[in-house]
Design a protein around this ligand. Structure first.
Ligand code: ABC
Ligand code: CA
Length: 469
């Protein structure tokens, strides 16, 4: 089943325009701003080694359809979300054949490919009159809701029928509630997935289309789907999970940001209450969500805190809490940058440096996660279990490992005992994945590990063996 295929993955989110050039690297080429910079599908294919070195097993690419070509007050449609023609591909990213080849090469490496898709809107530059005849297949004014920008994101009708954007770029809101429109989209997604052999979808602007649209659409696609439900409340996200298999995990994102990246930081107790307990109360299965700490719509962590211990903690949270981790291109090179487009700088400026400290650290974490999944097949379906909690430290267990998160920052030191379960009459041995230090929990009852959290750094301890005493 496709959900079970996605759960063990670690996804690498790519902005196609800003990942790699077709033929060779140009590290000095422009790498920022709101115009097309030149990344392509052939570029991605050329850099699959880089992604695999990092340990990621799946990619998520930008929307592939042809966008408006205008240079607007917000620049060009380099991100791919400003559709004009749903039946053609974006020529800036390459040809249909390039895309077919990319997915083929991804599959040859036993990796998966997820594509970002938009069903909510087309785009128009400026506030002037709209020439509907240029859009495909929706060529008539009657195919869209009247122009009225969304004012209140918490009002369902407003959110679903209003236009996103503004008079600089207006996003023509398609009448997705109409049966003929739904029929088109079902055929479209079936064809799209079959033509390119995609393994999964990330559906954009989920909140802006009525829920009933999704089940037959997803059914027609026959693949796994993350919906982009941009909301921090697990109740709100949980509701959508009745209509789609999974969602991007904004509730967890906001709690991570509050606990580690923003001041004043919430306590780890509050983090546990909100990010773990409350999420589980409203989301039937938190192991299916797409976890992230950065993406193309939110500021990078390093633009909110410069403390590298806190940053490392967010990465450990990303990798080991319940859910499917998604790494956003540039995280492995410690990119900094606030709101868009600053968070979307092109990766070529990094020289794709696989010796970068953060590349190695992240790669280590991802590979450890993968080896745990191989060793403990239940890993992906098993919820984390809290072992210890205080205001600054949260320790939990997943199959084969113990993870310790700390939000005290790099000037903090903590010492505390953690109770672990040890088989009768044996000693459990754990190894810190970075320092390779060995910890033993003796078979006293209760068995305890004495942990020292130095410089506020996160810990990942893998279970080596239980040796008889
Ligand atoms: C352009 C410029 C920007 C400029 C903007 C007005 O126009 O680039 O600099 O500020 C694409 C492009 C963007 C472009 C937009 C609009 O189109 O990538 O560069 O912005 O032209 C998806 C994609 C996103 C994409 C689109 C549109 C949708 O991931 O990249 O943008 O296809 C809303 C939507 C969400 C959308 C997001 C950008 O905007 O719902 O689908 N993302 C509240 C609302 C959310 C809202 C969010 C951000 O603000 O509830 O619905 O998302 O505006 C929490 C709450 C949340 C709350 C947050 C702020 O706080 O729980 O609900 O979110 O506590
Ligand atoms: Ca809509």
């Amino acid at each position: 089943q496709s959900t079970q295929r996605w759960k063990p993955q670690c996804i690498y989110q790519i902005l196609t325009d800003r990942f790699a050039f077709s033929d060779e690297d140009h590290p000095k080429a422009p790498s920022t701003g709101r115009m097309y910079l030149g990344g392509t599908w052939r570029g991605i294919a050329r850099k699959l080694d880089y992604i695999q070195d990092l340990g990621c097993t799946a990619i998520w690419i930008s929307p592939i359809v042809k966008n408006i070509e205008d240079v607007t007050g917000y620049g060009q449609g380099y991100h791919g979300y400003w559709a004009q023609d749903l039946l053609d591909v974006n020529p800036h990213f390459g040809t249909k054949q390039d895309l077919i080849d990319l997915v083929q090469q991804v599959h040859d490496r036993n990796m998966l490919c997820m594509v970002d898709i938009v069903v909510n809107h087309m785009a128009h530059a400026g506030s002037g009159e709209i020439d509907y005849s240029k859009y495909r297949p929706f060529k008539s004014e009657a195919d869209y809701h009247p122009r009225r920008y969304v004012q209140n994101y918490d009002d369902t009708i407003d959110c679903e029928t209003g236009w996103l954007g503004d008079d600089t770029v207006g996003l023509l809101d398609i009448r997705t509630e109409e049966p003929r429109v739904q029929a088109f989209f079902q055929d479209w997604i079936r064809d799209l997935v079959q033509t390119y052999h995609f393994d999964g979808l990330r559906i954009d602007t989920v909140k802006h289309v009525h829920r009933e649209f999704y089940p037959p659409f997803i059914e027609a696609s026959k693949v796994f789907t993350f919906g982009e439900v941009f909301h921090g409340d697990p109740r709100y996200v949980g509701d959508y999970l009745q209509y789609m298999p999974s969602s991007i995990n904004y509730p967890l994102y906001y709690q991570i940001r509050k606990a580690f990246a923003q001041l004043p930081r919430i306590s780890m107790k509050e983090f546990y209450d909100k990010a773990v307990l409350e999420a589980r109360a409203y989301i039937p299965d938190t192991t299916i969500l797409g976890n992230f700490i950065e993406n193309h719509d939110v500021p990078r962590i390093l633009s909110m805190t410069s403390d590298s211990s806190l940053l490392l903690n967010t990465l450990v949270a990303l990798m080991y809490l319940d859910g499917i981790p998604i790494v956003f291109q540039g995280q492995e090179q410690m990119f900094v940058g606030g709101d868009d487009p600053e968070n979307r700088n092109a990766l070529w400026s990094s020289h794709y440096d696989t010796t970068h400290f953060m590349f190695s650290v992240l790669s280590k974490m991802i590979h450890v996660r993968q080896s745990l999944i191989r060793k403990f097949p239940e890993f992906c379906n098993t919820l984390s279990r809290c072992l210890y909690l205080d205001n600054h430290n949260y320790v939990f267990e997943r199959p084969g490992c113990i993870v310790c998160l700390c939000n005290g920052g790099s000037n903090s030191v903590f010492k505390f005992p953690v109770t672990v379960s040890v088989e009768q009459g044996s000693v459990a041995r754990f190894m810190d994945i970075w320092t390779e230090e060995i910890f033993e929990a003796a078979p006293s009852s209760p068995s305890t590990l004495n942990l020292i959290v130095d410089a506020g750094l996160p810990k990942v301890l893998v279970h080596l063996s239980s040796i008889p005493r």
